[in-house]
Design a protein around this ligand. Sequence first.
Ligand code: ADP
Ligand code: MG
Length: 365
Amino acid sequence: MAQITLKALAHSYSPNPSGPEDYAIREMEHVWHQGGAYALLGPSGCGKSTLLNIISGLLTPSDGQVLFDDQVMNELAPEERNIAQVFQFPVVYDTMTVYDNLAFPLRNVGTSEAKVRERVAEVADVLELTSLLKRKARNLTADEKQKVSMGRGLVRDDVAAILFDEPLTVIDPQLKWKLRRKLKEIHERFNITMIYVTHDQLEASTFADKIAVMYEGQVVQFGTPRELFEVPAHTFVGYFIGSPGMNLVEVVRTEKGVRAGTVDLVLAPPLLNAIHQSRSRNIKLGIRPEFVKVLAEPGEGTYPVEIDNVQDLGTYRIVSFEFAGVPFRARLEEDQRLPERKAYIRFPEAWLSLYIDEFRVEVGQ
Ligand code: ADP
Ligand code: MG
C-alpha cells in the first residue's frame, strides 16, 4: 500500500510535440493518499486513461515522475508495481473457469492454494459470482464477464492501489448501482487506495470521498463533491458539475469592480485587489443557478431581467433569462414564489466566484 505522487508529470503520444495541444497530460502535480476512495472525473479525451496507464506502468510518461511513497516507479514494469487495474471492457481468459480466472492474479504471486480458496470465495460472494465459479468464462454474459474482470482486480489485498477505468460501462444500469455500492463496501473493508475513472458526475460522487476533475490533460480541482459544487476552482468544474452547470459571464475590470455587458458590479476589497493586480483580460464571473435569488420586486443589489422560460421539474424549477447578454439560469425550490415575466435577480456575494484565466480567485477565508 502506498501514497502515489505524480511529480511534474506530462505525456505526449507524439514523438515531437510542438505545443500544449500535443500533450495528453499537460504538466501536473498530484498526490493520491494511501487508503482513499477517489474518482477521476472528466469528459472523454481529457486524459483519464492515459493517467491511469502511467500510474500502472503500461505507459511511460514523456516527462516527470511517478512515485509510490518515496520510491520512483518510472523504470519499473507494470507487474513490479503491485497495482491492479480494471478496464472498461472485460479482460478474462475464456477457456478458464471463473474460479481459475479469479485465482490467477493470486497464483501469479505465489499465493498458497488455501489462501486462494479463501480470497476467491470472498470476492465471488461480494460480486455474486459464487454460483458461476465452475463455469467456463466463455459461456458468461457480458455483465458476468465484467464482474469477473472486476473480481480479478479485487482479489489481491496486498496491492498498492486498484485502478478502475470506467469499469461499469458495459453493465446494465440496475447492476451498476449495486456494483458501485459493493466497491465502496470493499474499499471500507480493506482500506486499499482506489482510483475510479468515470465521465459521470453522479457515479463519481457516489463512489468517491474526493474527486479529481480533469480537463485538457490536467487535474483542475481535487475536492469533495461538496467543494466542487460550492467553490469550483476552475470554470470547467463550474460548468461540468451541477445540473445545470454554473452561470458564467465574461466581464471587464472597472475602478470599483467589474462590468458585465452594461451592468456594473461592485466588488469587495480582496476581490477588487486581485483583479487589479492581474493583467489578464480573461475575467469571468460565475454563480451557480442554486444561489441566484429571483425576486418580484427591485431592492438593493438587484438587476432587472425578463424570464424567458420556466422548466418545471417537480420539486424545483429552472428559470431561464438573459443577463448581460448571456443566457443565465436560476433554480427555484417548489415553495418559492415565481415572479411573472419581469423579475429582479440578486447574486449573494458569498456565492459569487471570480475567475482569472479560468481559475478561481481565492481570497483569504
Ligand atoms: P480519456 O480516457 O479521458 O477519454 P485518453 O487518455 O484516452 O482520454 O486520451 C487523451 C488524449 O490522448 C486524447 O486526445 C486521445 O485521442 C489521445 N490518445 C489516447 N491514446 C492514444 C494513443 N495510443 N496514441 C495517440 N493518441 C492517443
Ligand atoms: Mg478512457
